[in-house]
Design a protein around this ligand. Structure first.
Ligand SMILES: [Fe+2]
Ligand SMILES: [Fe+2]
Length: 299
């Protein structure tokens, strides 16, 4: 899409950010100061589309695979929690549809409603098959409970940031986050019940092993800016050729964020993922989780 053309879509205001500027990935690199307002605005819009895509991927995996595998075992989790997880599934299916529809409304060329294409999140058929294989086995890989808890706490924190009056977020995105926030609060409650019913009774060796695997997965897929961040940057470069001379510098600075405590803190911290961090404090198997979540320090 040419940068100078005014983008219009019914019901979407492209003169506003879709995500708080200061929380976007590029806002964390030193060269952010070299970008003009129009570049920053557009980056916030790409970043929001990327986050929506990531939410669709994760929540579809939960609803389609992980949650049924859990509630089909009421002997392991209890009848009450099994009923809650059925409700959880219904809600996540609805959320995936909302996020997918909004991306389609904003950018129908990139996002077809039927095919559910991934533009910024690089998950092909093979990755999806591997993820689904793991998600079908939550009792063999109970680290899923922690992936859910930390991501859902984070999504609450993201929604709250987007709803702050001074964030000035585009109304369709604000509405989406408002609706999402209302449901996610229950989800965190149910995630905590899963910690109680499934994680805590596990033998110590298994908890240690799974906690290590959880840390490795966070490091690989959910913390350091990697493939998706490069794609989001590329989308900006494609629209603004005047930024091409800056491309190597921006790419290098993005990679350096992997070891930036401030960058990690913008994702997972005592403020944004408080329940999860409080549980890490209590559980010895998470003693070293700060190696992967740099903003976590054991008290
Ligand atoms: Fe959700
Ligand atoms: Fe959720």
């Amino acid at each position: 899409m040419p940068a100078e053309a005014t983008i219009t879509r019914p019901g979407i205001d492209f003169s506003l950010p879709f995500f708080p500027l200061h929380l976007t990935t590029l806002a964390q690199v030193p060269s952010w100061g070299l970008l003009d307002d129009r570049h920053r605005l557009r980056h916030s819009q790409h970043h929001a589309l990327y986050l929506n895509e990531q939410t669709v991927f994760f929540e579809e995996l939960l609803a389609g695979t992980l949650l049924p595998a859990l509630y089909e075992r009421p002997d392991r989790i209890g009848e009450d929690l099994a009923a809650d997880l059925r409700q959880f599934e219904v809600e996540e299916k609805r959320h995936s549809r909302w996020f997918r529809e909004l991306n389609h409304r904003v950018d129908p060329l990139r996002y077809s409603l039927e095919q559910g294409r991934h533009v910024f999140v690089p998950v092909g058929g093979r990755t999806q098959a591997v993820a689904a294989w793991f998600a079908r086995r939550p009792f063999a890989f109970p680290l899923w409970i922690w992936l859910m808890l930390i991501q859902e706490e984070r999504s609450i924190s993201v929604a709250r940031e987007c709803l702050k009056a001074d964030a000035g977020i585009e109304p369709a995105f604000r509405d989406l986050h408002r609706k999402h926030l209302a449901d996610e609060i229950d989800h965190v409650r149910w995630d905590l019940k899963l910690v109680e019913q499934v994680w805590l009774p596990l033998p110590r060796w298994k908890r240690r092993l799974q906690a290590r695997l959880f840390g490795a997965m966070m490091g690989e897929f959910f913390t350091a800016p990697k493939r998706s961040a490069i794609r989001v940057l590329q989308a900006l470069l494609d629209e603004f050729p005047e930024l091409h001379p800056l491309a190597p510098q921006l790419g290098g600075e993005l990679r350096e964020l992997a070891t930036s405590r401030d960058y990690h803190a913008s994702h997972y911290s005592r403020e944004s993922t408080p329940r999860c961090f409080a549980l890490f404090d209590e559980l010895p198997e998470f003693r070293d989780i700060g190696r992967h979540l740099l903003a976590y320090e054991r008290p």
